[in-house]
Design a protein around this ligand. Structure first.
Ligand SMILES: [Zn+2]
Length: 184
């Protein structure tokens, strides 16, 4: 497995990071068996905000009041977050599910990139880190990174919702690049 650097300074995993959760909810209600995870869904932040380069601002937005619920979400909406500089943050332990894709939450993991989706401005560092994070997730879940498994387990939010999410990236090309990358 290729080594990647994951920043865990903002991680809530049931042992640490209680300052990053919404106290209106009981976090234990969102625990799950990780064997239930069967898909990985990619999102964008729907903003090009420079303040979102620091994940604390994404977390604050999600747990205070966001577009999903006025009470806010229980935690950050995504397990992994990649800013424009290409830094990879893990925000939630994978044994917790989050509210990121209606009907899929309990069975999926979420990766988000800081990207509005309006312009072709996913940075090369961000794209590379996205590939690294996808490969990392596949490896921790013991999923093969062959074409068939990638096509069945890797999804874009827009496949399930009438949204552009995750913006200006092409899934077929992304899968091709993951396959090439794995050969190196
Ligand atoms: Zn999304």
């Amino acid at each position: 497995m290729k080594k990647i650097k994951i920043n865990k300074d903002f991680l809530f995993d049931g042992e640490r990071g209680f300052e990053f959760i919404n106290k209106k909810y009981n976090s234990d209600n969102y625990l799950r068996d990780i064997n239930l995870i069967r898909e990985l869904i990619i999102h964008c932040s729907a903003t090009d905000s420079i303040s979102f380069e620091n994940p604390i601002n994404l977390i604050k937005y999600d747990i205070n009041s966001n577009h999903i619920s006025r009470k806010g979400c229980p935690f950050a909406t995504y397990h992994f977050y990649i800013n424009k500089a290409g830094e990879i943050f893990q925000l939630i332990g994978i044994n917790y599910y989050t509210w990121h894709c209606k009907g899929h939450n309990q069975y999926s993991l979420a990766i988000c990139i800081n990207h509005s989706g309006k312009y072709n401005n996913v940075t090369p560092q961000q794209y590379k880190s996205l590939i690294d994070t996808i490969i990392y997730v596949f490896s921790i879940l013991n999923w093969e990174t062959d074409k068939e498994t990638l096509e069945s387990k890797l999804h874009f939010h827009r496949e399930f919702a009438n949204k552009l999410c995750p913006g200006k990236i092409d899934k077929e090309l992304l899968i091709k690049e993951i396959l090439n990358y794995e050969k190196k």
